[in-house]
Design a protein around this ligand. Structure first.
Ligand code: SF4
Length: 768
């Protein structure tokens, strides 16, 4: 395939003449923009600054912003091709209402009047809480702030949550328990300042590529990757710890045990700024290197060497993502990470932070302003002072502020299943592909009396279930702000208008408020996102996430501004970290050292389901592929799902590379997936990307959730491999079950050897 075809360019020579563009270099004449509009990438939480090239009112290209402090002009493959997501042929264009089983076009007026009437009717019959709302990490902060007020104060249901619970709730809950508040304490610059970087369950090379580039900008740091797979990030590491699935909590407790036993504790920091050290010491007493070696499958020497290296660092950075968060023990694992950072004094200094790398472009915005798991400004539902202050700022009676959070996302789905939730509004997310245990999710959606789906695309697997479809503008078509993982607020701008009758989510929220007759009450004088931003600045003033010193203009001029930025503070470009003074957001100002006990994962493999299935991402795609399946280069690079299996298992099952296989669990079957035989997964484990509706990994994942954060345990499902029920020709083995016992026997005690950083062997192993 030629490069031009791969990039999705038409190869007919008469359509392409090449010309010099002053900023983009030599490009297709058709693609030389009339203007460049500065904005922020709408995919991941790295928050890269970029420009959208616009020609004749259409987005035709994208380039990185060389002055943006996050990415300094670099973009990953998704960012570089993001303009294609705007022009997709399945953009939602008109409000659609289902009548007699079929969608028909209606006016916005009819759509919003119908929605308001259905919600009110449902609440009158079944109570205020019978309506639920599931949002996203994709809106701008101004929209999250507006949506929270609309749902909690206007519609009057506390049952609001977002798909951020599927990826970040664990980090939020862990930070709140340890430090008294959500908020990642560090900054990206810490990757360049640290002398030891410990990445746990974080494959930044695939999932946050520009962070990987920043990681490589610090060649003198010792990079340690803890991951059951030999990921692309592990291949860049100095040390890879290929632990057994879900052994992370035992490993971290083992590090803490080693640090305490060998007196590597920062006693002064612990005495001045933490509480609970004696309880922590007692809780890790049994996590000896020998026991941890047994649980993790790692050698005693490797465990001790890693603990020593981190504890002796001048500045130690710990980053983590879904490998930690997607677990029934996730919140406790985050607490253990925080414990390790605290007892070694690795927080609040350049290069030293326990740092949750968030997922979506504005997951942070909903955490700060969203009124779902916290009140806006990280205020607590259960704190009467916080409720009183908020009521005063909004000039409303205190009784209108809920005293406890409503149902979290998985509990909204469960409530729909047992008919406590009757009407649901899903905004910019696609649970049919992203929610675990597809079978129960489908039943829940089918149980609803009224489902509204608001999205930039239609049809999507989820919008097919809707009674009402609201067409929304998306990235590149609307204005506001995103906050990235390092708490940097960046501007998002409109480059092109939305298609046909699609409206910005912000305008839709104003319209719903109008239809409900609550607009003047909750959005006084608002007509544009800047009105919400000005109110949000007031609400956040004095809080940890203080925006009051920001303006849209200053955000644009500085390539984003990190919070906290109180009013009157100079925009000095200084990197901001939290807890630099050792004062935390707890009642006594001390961070809490919280004992956390390791447990085996809930669904252990057995003879019938002998493999442990891990799910995750690939660099070419974004979440459920609603956007990236419309981008030619990304779709061509990664058009369909696959499953990775160790060569020993493939041999035992007599399976050949590229065979078509089914993945089967107690809950369902993923059909006809390509088999990739690779040593990047250990024997007994499998890996499958979760992006593909056509091979939906969530047909086999389980309904198991972290009891504290409610985040799903997407990983470690017990499965077996069968010949494809539709194409089984390449299967040359017998029954998977027949081979299971010998497989389990052969895996006992097996681990993948450590590969030297950048070795030719490690590179070869990464080849897919
Ligand atoms: Fe966009 Fe993330 Fe890629 Fe940056 S790293 S270009 S924010 S997807």
């Amino acid at each position: 395939m030629t490069l031009k075809r791969l990039l999705g360019l038409d190869t007919r020579a008469d359509r392409y003449s090449y010309a010099s563009d002053p900023v983009a270099g030599y490009v297709s004449a058709q693609k030389i923009p009339d203007k460049w509009v500065a904005t922020t990438c709408g995919y991941c939480s790295v928050g890269c600054g970029m420009f959208i090239g616009v020609k004749n009112g259409r987005a035709v290209s994208v380039r990185g912003n060389p002055d943006h402090p996050v990415n300094r002009g670099m973009l990953c493959p998704k960012g570089l091709s993001e303009h294609h997501t705007i022009a997709a042929d399945n953009r939602a264009r008109y409000p659609l209402l289902r009548r007699n089983g079929a969608f028909g076009r209606v006016s916005w007026d009819e759509a919003l009047t119908t929605m308001a009437a259905k919600f009110r009717e449902t609440q009158e019959r079944y109570g205020p809480k019978s309506v639920g709302v599931i949002s996203t990490g994709q809106l701008v902060t101004e929209e999250f702030y507006a949506l929270g007020k609309l749902v909690q104060l206007g519609i009057g249901t506390p049952n609001l949550d977002g798909n951020t619970t599927l990826c970040m709730a664990t980090a939020v809950a862990g930070y709140k328990r340890s430090f008294g508040s959500d908020g990642p304490p560090g900054a990206y610059e810490d990757l360049e300042n640290a002398d030891v970087i410990l990445l746990i369950g974080a494959n930044v090379a695939e999932n946050h590529p520009i962070l990987c580039w920043r990681l490589r900008a610090n060649p003198s740091a010792t990079v340690i990757v803890v991951d059951p797979r030999v990921t692309k990030t592990a291949m860049l590491a100095d040390l890879h710890l290929p632990l057994k699935p879900r052994a992370d909590l035992a490993l971290i407790n083992g590090f803490i045990h080693f640090v305490i036993e060998n007196d590597l504790v920062d006693h002064e920091y612990v005495a001045r700024h933490t509480s609970g050290f004696e309880e922590l010491r007692e809780s890790v007493r049994t996590y000896t290197p020998e026991r941890v070696s047994e649980i993790t499958g790692l050698s005693v020497e490797l465990i001790c060497r890693t603990a020593w290296t981190y504890a002796r660092a001048r500045a130690g950075f710990i980053g983590w993502t879904m490998g930690v968060n997607h677990s029934t023990k996730g919140t406790e694992t985050v607490n253990a990470i925080n414990n390790l950072a605290l007892i070694t004094g690795n927080i609040g200094r350049a290069g030293a932070a326990p740092f949750s790398i968030t997922g979506q472009c504005n997951a942070m915005g909903t955490r700060e302003a969203g009124f779902a798991s916290s009140l806006p400004g990280y205020r607590k539902f259960e704190n009467p002072d916080d409720r009183r202050e908020l009521a005063h700022l909004w000039s409303i009676s205190e009784e209108r502020i809920p005293t406890a959070r409503g149902l979290a996302y998985p509990d909204i789905i469960e409530a729909a299943l047992d008919r406590r939730i009757r009407a649901l509004w899903i905004i910019a997310t696609n649970p049919v592909v992203s929610f675990p245990n597809y079978g129960s999710l489908r039943q829940a959606l089918e149980s609803l009396d009224f489902l509204v789906v608001q999205d930039g695309y239609h049809p999507t697997p989820t919008s097919e279930y809707a009674h009402l479809m609201l067409p929304a503008a998306m990235w590149g078509e609307k204005e506001g702000t995103y906050t990235n993982s390092e708490r940097r607020v960046s501007k998002v701008n409109r480059a092109v208008p939305p298609p046909d009758e699609a409206r910005s989510d912000f305008d839709i929220f104003l319209g719903v408020a109008d239809a409900l007759g609550v607009r003047d009450d909750i959005f006084p004088g608002w007509s544009k996102p800047a009105d919400a931003f000005e109110e949000w600045k007031r609400i956040s003033a004095g809080r940890l996430c203080d925006y009051s010193g920001m303006t849209y203009k200053a955000i644009e001029q500085n390539g984003g501004l990190q919070w906290p930025l109180p009013a009157g503070k100079v925009h000095d470009g200084e990197v901001r970290r939290l807890y630099t003074d050792g004062k935390f957001q707890t009642d006594d100002g001390r961070a809490r050292l919280l004992p956390s006990a390791w447990e085996p994962f809930p669904e252990q493999p057995n003879e019938e389901f002998p493999f442990v299935l891990n799910t995750g991402r690939t660099v070419e795609h974004w979440h459920t592929r609603t956007k990236t399946s419309k981008v030619p280069i990304l779709e061509r690079l990664s058009p369909s799902a696959w499953v990775e299996m160790n060569p020993a298992d493939a041999r035992a099952l007599r399976l050949k590379p590229q065979a078509r296989v089914d993945i089967v669990s107690r809950r369902g079957r993923v059909q006809s997936v390509e088999l990739r035989v690779t040593e990047t997964v250990a024997a007994g484990q499998l890996f499958v990307p979760f992006h593909y509706f056509e091979a939906n990994a969530n047909q086999v994942t389980q309904s198991a959730f972290d009891p504290i954060s409610r985040e799903p345990n997407y990983k470690q499902s017990a499965v077996r491999i069968e010949p494809s029920s539709t194409e089984g020709r390449l299967w040359s083995g017998g029954s998977a079950i027949r081979n299971s016992l010998s497989l389990i026997r052969s895996w006992r005690g097996s681990t993948i050897p450590i590969l030297p950083r950048g070795s030719s062997e490690s590179r070869a192993r990464g080849a897919r």
